[in-house]
Write a protein that binds this ligand. Structure first.
Ligand code: FAD
Length: 465
């Protein structure tokens, strides 16, 4: 007879492992199935190793500009191999941390390839090809995540045309790189490589860089990236990459006509696709739509007892979204009181320099939705802390509903703004109005004063502008 658990989770990313822990906290017997490394893309090949690379790039930027702070630094250079090694070390450490958490929460880790089968069961194929069935009395949670999207005309070959995994484990720093796509992944890698001396070109299909962000943020990032020497082509598409020579010859359709670029490496950063293949969905008739598993607000699929969360379901492909979904799903399975996720209050962060953080409606979207709005902007140029830190680029922009003062959106670009956005998320959750922000003291001197400053500006009460 198959070994039985209350819950079996397939996939141990930031969706799967928190779901397993929450289910265990609620008294359920839990197993988690993982085919590769505990922690999923986020810990092993996504959020964390990229942030380690970005930190190295930031340190190098500081050293290059040390003179601006009155510090003399001798000859210096980036040791690309050591930078990559540090990032891999950070990722491995985090993955071990998940192993510890599984043990601490008495969750059985089953290494192997999981496939959902009838009867709330999971069939696991281990490294030797041996198949074992496990049963779940309460539910199976599918949390198989995603992988890099491959554009139809640009085949990823892993050497000259690469995706994010290879971009964070290259053996040698390329002299030139063409990045396809200016979403978070594309612009983060562009910053890492450009700051270490690679000549970077970004090609974006849509009219603006970081296209999901407020247009003012896109403009500011474009300005800062151009200052760094990054070439940017928006409204442009990569038509073909010829990899037959030493350098890739990249044919790009631009608004000014076709152009050809040469680059040692092409990084395809055109989004992610869900891992849906060979996990039993067709056999089980679990419904999918546009490449994602269809779920309701409690992450139930159309087949009772089977749930899905994270990047393999619709919604923003972000680690904190996967985690929130996993926790709600586990609570629902355990019969614990829970609350559906508000997809209108999800922060998005991009860790390039300057950093980007946003939540809620962009100005354009708020106007399209018919809101009468009050918009305020506080440039970091006017911030004492930013001046002292030598980080005067960027701003905080806030958008309030003129009638009730509801906080519709906030858009930030500048140093450390990814650490500032949670204030807005909490305030919006508590239905805080502009009036309360104006009356909440923000410590001086901090970058976060800019949030209050922007709110003052929205109401014509700016002190420092
Ligand atoms: C380069 C990069 C940078 C990113 N940076 C950020 C960031 O800064 N902030 C942020 O919020 N998000 C970031 N993301 C997105 C984030 O990594 C994902 O949204 C998140 O990892 C999704 O979590 P998940 O649990 O749904 O899936 P995943 O993290 O993809 O985990 C799925 C797991 O399931 C396993 N699996 C798949 N199929 C099976 C199977 N059949 N059997 C057993 N195991 C299986 C996989 O091996 C994997 O471990 C980044 C992504 C990338 C690629």
């Amino acid at each position: 007879m198959a070994q039985t658990y209350d819950v079996i989770v397939v996939g141990s990313g930031p969706g799967g492992y928190p779901a397993a822990i929450r289910a265990s906290q609620l008294g359920l017997k839990v197993a988690i199935v993982e085919k590769e490394s505990l922690g999923g893309i986020c810990l092993n090949w996504g959020c964390i190793p990229t942030k380690a690379l970005l930190k190295s790039a930031q340190v190098f930027e500081y050293i290059k500009h040390a003179k601006d702070y009155g510090i003399n630094v001798g000859e210096n250079s980036a040791d690309f191999g050591a930078v990559i090694q540090r990032s891999r070390g950070v990722a491995n450490g985090m993955s071990k941390g998940v192993a510890f958490l599984m043990k601490k929460n008495k969750i059985d880790v089953i290494m192997g390839y999981g496939k959902v089968i009838p009867g709330k069961k999971v069939e696991v194929t281990d490294a030797d090809g041996k198949k074992t069935e496990y049963a779940a009395s309460k539910g199976v949670i599918i949390a198989t995540g995603g992988r890099a999207r491959e554009l139809p005309n640009i085949k990823i070959d892993g050497t000259k045309i690469i995706e994010y995994r290879k971009a964070m484990s290259l053996e040698k720093q390329p002299e030139s790189m063409l990045v396809i796509g200016s979403g978070a992944i594309g612009v983060e890698f562009a910053f890492v490589y450009a700051s270490m001396g690679t000549k970077v070109t970004i090609v974006e299909f849509l009219p603006t860089m970081v296209p999901v962000e407020d247009e003012d943020v896109s403009k500011e990032l474009t300005k800062q990236y151009k200052k760094m020497g990054i070439d940017i082509y928006t409204n442009s598409s990569v038509e073909k990459v010829d990899t037959s020579g030493k350098l890739c010859k990249v044919s790009v359709k631009t608004p000014d006509g076709p152009k050809t670029f040469e680059a040692e490496v092409v990084l395809s950063a055109a989004g992610v696709v869900a891992n849906l293949e060979n996990i039993g969905l067709e056999e089980m008739k679990i419904a999918t739509e546009r490449g994602k598993i269809t779920v309701n607000e409690w992450y139930e699929t159309n087949v009772p007892g089977y749930y899905a969360i994270g990047d393999c379901t619709p919604g923003p492909a972000l680690a904190h979204v996967a985690t929130a979904e996993g926790i709600i799903c586990a609570e629902k399975i355990a019969g614990h009181k829970t609350e559906a996720l508000d997809y209108n209050n999800i922060p998005g962060c991009t860790y390039c320099q300057p950093e980007i953080a946003s939540v809620g409606l962009t100005e354009k979207r708020a106007r399209e939705e018919g809101y009468d709005i009050k918009v305020g902007k506080f440039p970091f140029m006017a911030s004492g802390k930013a001046s002292a830190a030598g980080a005067k680029e960027g701003f905080v922009k806030v958008i309030f509903d003129a009638k009730y003062g509801e906080w519709l959106g906030a858009h930030m670009i500048g140093a450390n703004v990814t650490e500032m956005i949670a204030e807005v998320v909490v305030a919006r959750k508590l239905e805080t109005t502009s009036h309360e922000i104006l009356r909440s003291i923000h410590p001086h001197p901090t970058m976060s004063e800019a949030v209050k400053g922007a709110t003052e500006a929205a109401y014509g009460e700016a002190i420092d502008l």
